[in-house]
Design a protein around this ligand. Sequence first.
Ligand code: C2E
Ligand code: CA
Ligand code: CA
Length: 763
Amino acid sequence: MALIKKNIWLIFYVFTLFFLILFATLSYLSWKNIYKDYQTTQENMVKLIADSTRSLFKTQETILNIVGNRFLEDENYKNNPRAMTTLNATLIDNPSIDAIALVKPNGTMTFVSGGYDVTKFPNLLEQKASRDSFLATLQSTKMVFGRTYYFKPIEQWITPIRKAIRDQNGHIVTIITAALRVKDSFGSFGVNSDKEYKHNIAILRDEDFYFQYISNDAIDNTVAYSAPMPLKEREAIQNAIMKTHHFTMDQFREHEYLVSFVNTDLSGKQFLTSLQYDKTYKLWISASIPLNIIIKDFLQRFSIYATIFMFISAIFFFLFRTIAKADDKRNADLIFQATHDQLTNLPNRSYLQKNINDWLYKDLPSFSILYIDLDHFKNINDNFGHQYGDYLLVELSKRLKAVTPHDATIVRHGGDEFVIFTYITHDENLLNLANTIIETISQPYYINQLTLIIGASIGISKYPDHGESIDILLRAADIAMYESKKVHNHAHIFHDTLQESYLKNIKIEHELRKAIEHDELSMVYQPQIDHTGNIYGVEALVRWQNSTLGMVPPDQFISVAETSGQMVKIGHFIIARTLKEIKEVQTTLGGIHFQTSINISVRQFMEVAFLEQLLEAIKENKMNQIAVTIEITENLLIEDIDYIIPLLNEIRKCGIQISMDDFGTGYSSLNMLRKLPIDELKIDKSFIDTIVEDETAQTMVQNIIAIGKNFNMHVLAEGVETKEQRALLTSFRCDRFQGYYFAKPLCKNDLIAFFQKYQNERT
Ligand code: C2E
Ligand code: CA
Ligand code: CA
């Protein structure tokens, strides 16, 4: 079936060819048939004329014999014109005889029937047209007919027949001659009656090639009967006979063959001629028809075939075209399906791969790519179900279409990623477009009485400035997009420094893979002091000393570890190393008790066996569960909250405390906070930095502390660097402090030393 579809036009051509051959064959056969028809008709005609002519002459001869015998038997006839008239009257019954006359051997007429004045009749020996045949009559005992000629006295074209009447001694008594009216005699064979065209019938004398009869009215009788057939024409006929039938003229005459052939007359006109020789009277009897009449007849029939053929071809053509079109459409649909996203109908990734060359190699100077990533789209799917997510995407793509220029191409590049190709290249215009897009995307979506809100981050790259292949351009846009992601609902155009940090991240990712094996990771611990001035605990912070990159701050490599899938492994290391070292510190310091805070990244937390492994590690190091705090960030809350809250509750049930890190920078609502089992809020360092001089920061901090108290949480201030900050925070009734003012993050041994020194100073 597929093969048929593929070769549909080939099949059509084969069909057409088949019909063409059929048509040609039919046409050929039809031509043959028509030709044959004409030939048969004409040959029958010739046969009929030959027979008729022969019997005509025979009848006439009989009549002449009767008249001659009477003439011999009854002397009266010789001198009695009245008797002759009676005789004549019976003869005149024969309509083809115009007159009958008696002629002396010297050529003069003695009597003419029909009341003609015999004295006005010419001497037959003196007329050129009658002389030869009259002499022949004198020599012959049989009937002799003469050339057809115009006999003036009776004003008729006639064929004379004569017979010499002899007595017992053989002397000629008289010559009886009758004038046959040419048209009535030969033209009455009725052979042309049922056809609209006329076969040209001719009877030719073999002895002198004069025409005895010619049916064609178009030819002037005077011309036709007063000269023999031109030699050239005769030869042409003879040649045609020989060429068509391969026999000689003698054979032709001898056997009285009836032949048909195509000959050309002197004017170049072609005829189908049928011809037979009559031995008895030495006549050529011919009928001919112009070839173009046969051709015309054929063409009439041919046009019917041609119409049928064309009709069938047209039907076939339309049929095949319909099939081909349907097939093309199916193919186009398939291609469309393969290259377009089912949900939004937007072009998809494979469309991009297929059509990118249109953008890259057209003679276009430049274009830009906008890489759009929806912020926390996953939440919508997780919290409300895919139906809602789908609806939102459809709605969103409509909005995208509405705000992008008409010549732009929007591609759905992934689940919640869209790529827009636009000819806009000016930075300001690009950012304007990006901001418009962000704005439209962030408008609320109303679905079944629910109001959903989503944000988007956009990264922009330009061709050819930022790359000449689609992969490089997409990566550049992606890098810029990640920059935007840091703030949410932002757009960034790619620039070289981003590229540098991107390359740096690649390098970090690469080096990080070997960090644990090469023992490059270590832990430091920053003490935390409570409002009474006692050491409350420590925050464990990871350090990475790499042989090529040097000291890489955790800010940089933790996010790389997250995105490159290394965080779980590194997280295990951090927990294990921290618990082990803290246990050592505690042992060294004689079993002293303090809290240990461990930062847990989102990936690490979302790992299925997270809690199990944490408890395992605590047990392994013989630590007290209640001495461990995990620090989570508000980023975690954008993950599946239905999973997170129960897990946090379970963690807390185990006695492990939970601290909300960097509080105040994220977007968690009070509502949300109420639901969370949080023990401690860590006020972000950025508020503390300006707390002394900035009143807004002061208010913020006061509010956070108030919220904490309200929800029964402790509040810890991070990044305390000065006495003033600490004093102010104390006055705000902040519970705990952490910062360089007290101590920088310390390695295990330094921490031991710090504890010892701090305790000494306190006592
Ligand atoms: P964070 O959890 O907010 O950690 C506090 C950061 O503030 C630490 O930087 C600490 O050295 C710094 N800091 C503390 N007091 C002061 C101060 O008075 N002044 C100034 N200027 N800085 C102070 P660090 O160690 O570079 O860590 C940066 C971030 O890296 C951390 O922020 C945390 O998000 C991440 N991080 C560090 N260690 C770990 C870890 O073991 N696991 C995870 N998941 N993240 C970690
Ligand atoms: Ca922290
Ligand atoms: Ca922090």
